[in-house]
Design a protein around this ligand. Structure first.
Ligand code: MN
Length: 253
């Protein structure tokens, strides 16, 4: 791969903390990966470790990162093994809220990301903008993506994540967003809070660049070819298709 950044050292994290307003860096990637997606993780982890100083990985099994990433990846075995898709997707707000409650610090520059998202290039330039939350598809009729968003940590973000978690549970209990292959309860709740509640200063980032995805393989490849995205979101478990992954990464060059 071309155009990748060097991993940041812990010393630069401290420097970034002191110059929070002037330095546009991505510090922390937060993700939830279940055991049945560990092959996705194997595909994406190198890119994540190039893009961020540290990776906080929530899991439902005792995962050990490869030795080369051991110092950078903090594994939080926070969830029970197993779980159907309905449980699995609901763990994303739980993981984000846990990080925000227990581990985050003011001004920390975060990227919350799905395990099937491949980072090709540095994405820290997003933080040149001023925002609390940066999401994709805010400029479309589709639901705002909850599987990939940038944020600056603050008390307001924590409150937003609490609301996300609560509304997700309320939707699930009321039977909203519980049908497979349709926008799920945690996605609907995120969309609702971002669009309607207006709880945080939020900006849109182009999905073609930062969350490049499509339900059709050929269209997806064409999009990648056209936009040279920084992040590819593999839909439909296409990360399990070596031919498609190869074609997608080649199209992105
Ligand atoms: Mn995904």
């Amino acid at each position: 791969m071309k155009r990748t950044s060097k991993p940041l050292t812990p010393g630069r994290v401290d420097a970034a903390a002191k110059h929070a307003n002037s330095d546009a860096q991505l510090e922390t990637i937060i993700a939830y990966c279940s055991q049945d997606y560990q092959d996705a993780l194997a595909l994406v982890l190198d890119g994540w470790c190039r893009a961020a100083s540290k990776v906080i990985l929530y899991t439902n099994w005792p995962y050990s990162p490869p030795p080369k990433h051991a110092k950078q990846v903090d594994v939080q075995v926070y969830f029970e093994r197993g779980g159907d898709w309905l449980q699995q997707i609901g763990r994303r707000p739980v993981a984000a809220l846990h990080y925000a409650t227990e581990l985050a610090r003011d001004g920390e520059r975060l990227l919350f990301i799905d395990a099937d998202c491949y980072i090709l290039r540095p994405v820290h330039e997003v933080f040149q903008q001023s925002f609390s939350l940066a999401v994709s598809r805010l400029d479309t009729n589709k639901t705002v993506t909850c599987g990939l968003w940038f944020a600056r940590y603050s008390e307001r973000l924590l409150k937003f994540l609490q609301r996300w978690h609560e509304l997700s549970q309320a939707y699930r209990l009321s039977g909203k967003g519980v049908v497979a292959h349709r926008p799920a309860y945690e996605q609907l709740a995120f969309d609702e809070l971002v669009r309607q509640a207006n709880l945080l200063p939020t900006v849109n980032i182009p999905w073609q660049q930062y969350n490049c995805e499509d339900d059709h393989r050929q269209l997806m490849l064409a999009l990648i070819q056209q936009h040279k995205p920084s992040i590819i979101h593999f839909k439909c478990q296409w990360f399990r298709s070596p031919d498609f992954v190869t074609a997608a990464l080649r199209a992105a060059q």
